[in-house]
Design a protein around this ligand. Structure first.
Ligand code: F6R
Length: 571
């Protein structure tokens, strides 16, 4: 996680402009932030606040932190400096062998002010630069470091920024009069469409008007500028109090946008994607969190039309899934940067599997690792909770399943979503009646099982209420012991699923406060669709709205819940 920015500009820029760029990456982590402008080192705990300062500089590096090694303290905030303060660094990733390096550097007289792994990088450069030139030090760093890094280094009296990368995302934006290094293109997508992506074990020397890239041996590499398109900027809350509700309300619009793009600019790719599925002997999805839940729904829909597939949570993928050259691995990821997914794909690549992906952020690492990739066109999602991206992931899954015979009219999805959004007040009342509870259970069967899990995840991360999303049939095998008088249980009953209805009755008989979300049967919230595919999307949206209003009642930091980050780039 963590967001990094480095700007090297011909003209002096306002330091606050650099911090504003960093703010665009705040979703990557918001435990603390800091910057160095060649003179001033600034660090602060908490979310990024644009400082009220007149300072200008032509070179700035900045960092927003999601803590891994070392608590959320001023000393652990980046940038970090060497003992002589001549080297300043910002780092995203984890230096796994930092303790060894720290011990070695300590014997050479270095002292450390914090507990982070990152701080060793500043001292490593300080130590090595005594005897070697900077290119040699970069080569040594890539050789000696175990772990991941997107590292920016500034050296006193030197007008360059040195940038090194392995596994953590890093991209150079080539803008007029300035070069901008960042964790992702969104940091500079407002001023340039030209980017150069770092490969693994590559480093670069970035001045204000030039750049040079080198491989791990210090040999110059030829890099091409990529023109990128990222016109879906939706970065203001507009009339909404929070990004979460704004992004939920955007769902009809983004679903329509996706469907149009599948029939237009993504048409050919979509065809190839479907053919790849058709021609593969084994199909396995991989994803984390919400994206995993979307993939579970995908497996369900494909299964319904006779295509057998499986899915697994990315961090456990290699322990449970065997892949070979006849396997197609389809990664689902909003950010396209989730480290667990990247690791699973590396494992699959190592076994010669084919890699395809479904992502939201274009040019992301996962997209670039894939033979073929489809974009879900949800636009930037600012709230940490995935909402509109889930809707579009599932819509895309349905479009694929439809190609294999799943019966659904895709074009009416946006209108059906709109009808659910209109039930906002009703859902708000339910939120009001249950938000004080410590535990909530969500039950589903078949297609509504992934929905139950997704709803529970939203409730946990945004409303801070313990929630379990379960298979309705599994409840009686243990968890039912936790049901007490008044325990809220949300039952997702699609069509005439009498087994699910029985599960709801079982908990009702034990005093639970059952809230039914249904389409055919009588329910507290009724969804206007008779289609299984649409029920999956629409019931999830009810959960998103419910979560939002529970968190609102509790006055929680809805868009930036504690301990989380939007892009999870650590294992
Ligand atoms: C939940 C949420 C996370 C992400 C997960 C994977 O609301 O946002 O569970 O779904 O971290 O992220 P991506 O989809 O970017 O790979």
């Amino acid at each position: 996680m963590c967001g990094i920015v480095g700007i090297n500009s011909i003209e002096q820029i306002k330091v606050t402009d650099a911090v504003k760029r960093l703010k665009r990456l705040e979703y990557r982590g918001y435990d603390s932030f800091g910057y160095f402008d060649g003179k001033k080192l600034f660090k602060k705990i908490g979310q990024i606040i644009i400082p009220n300062i007149p300072d200008k500089s032509s070179i700035v590096i900045a960092h927003s932190r999601w803590a891994t090694h070392g608590g959320v303290t001023q000393n652990n905030a980046h940038p970090h400096q060497s003992c002589d303060k001549k080297i300043t660094i910002v780092h995203n990733g984890i230096i796994q062998n930092y303790q060894e390096l720290k011990k070695d550097l300590a014997t050479k007289g270095h002292s450390f002010i914090g507990e982070t792994d990152s701080e060793v990088a500043a001292h490593y450069f300080e130590e090595k630069i005594k005897r070697k030139n900077i290119k040699e030090v970069c080569v040594d760093f890539i050789r000696d470091i175990k772990g991941e890094f997107a590292l920016l280094v500034m050296i006193e009296g030197d007008e360059n920024i040195y940038a090194l990368r392995r596994d953590s995302p890093l991209v150079l934006g080539v803008a007029e009069g300035q070069n901008i290094l960042a964790s992702d293109i969104y940091a500079f997508s407002d001023i340039t469409t030209k980017a150069i992506f770092f490969e693994n074990d590559e480093f670069a020397i970035i001045s204000s008007d030039k750049y040079a890239f080198y491989d791990k041996h210090g040999k110059k590499t030829d890099k091409k500028i990529q023109e990128f398109r990222w016109e879906q900027e939706e970065s203001a809350t507009e009339n909404y109090e929070h990004f979460m509700i704004k992004e939920i309300m955007e769902e009809p619009k983004v679903a329509r946008r996706l469907l149009m793009s599948l029939g237009a600019e993504q048409k050919e790719n979509f065809r190839k994607f479907v053919n790849l599925i058709r021609d593969s002997r084994k199909i396995t999805f991989v994803g984390a969190g919400t994206s995993y839940h979307a993939s579970l729904l995908g497996v369900y829909y494909l299964h319904k039309c006779g295509i057998e597939a499986q899915t697994l949570i990315a961090s456990e993928f290699e322990h449970f899934v065997g892949v070979d050259e006849n396997t197609l691995v389809i990664a689902l990821s909003q950010s396209g940067e989730t480290m667990d997914v990247i690791e699973a794909l590396k494992y699959a690549k190592g076994k010669d599997a084919k890699i395809a992906s479904i992502v939201n952020v274009p040019y992301s690492t996962i997209q670039r690792m894939s033979e073929i990739s489809l974009n879900i066109c949800a636009g930037q999602e600012v709230c940490v909770a995935a909402t509109k991206s889930f809707v579009n992931q599932v819509t895309l899954m349905l479009a694929i399943a439809k190609d294999f015979g799943f019966r659904i009219t895709l074009d009416t999805i946006p209108d059906r979503i709109f009808e659910v959004l209109k039930q906002e007040e009703k859902i708000k009342d339910i939120a009001h009646s249950i938000y004080k509870h410590r535990d909530i259970y969500v039950l589903g069967r078949g297609l509504s099982y992934p929905v139950a899990r997704e709803m529970a995840l939203k409730i946990k991360e945004i409303s801070y209420i313990h929630a379990e999303g379960m298979m309705g049939g599994e409840l009686k095998h243990g968890t039912i012991a936790l049901i007490e008088k008044g325990t809220p249980v949300i039952a997702l009953i699609s069509n005439s699923d009498y087994s699910m209805l029985s599960n709801a009755k079982e908990v009702e008989a034990r005093g639970a406060n059952v809230i039914k979300i249904t389409n055919e049967m009588e329910g507290n919230i009724k969804i206007n669709t008779s289609n299984d595919g649409k029920f999956g999307i629409l019931a999830t949206i009810v959960g998103q709205i419910l979560t939002y209003f529970m968190a609102l009642e509790k006055k929680l930091p809805i868009d930036k819940p504690r301990n989380l980050a939007k892009s999870v780039t650590v294992k």
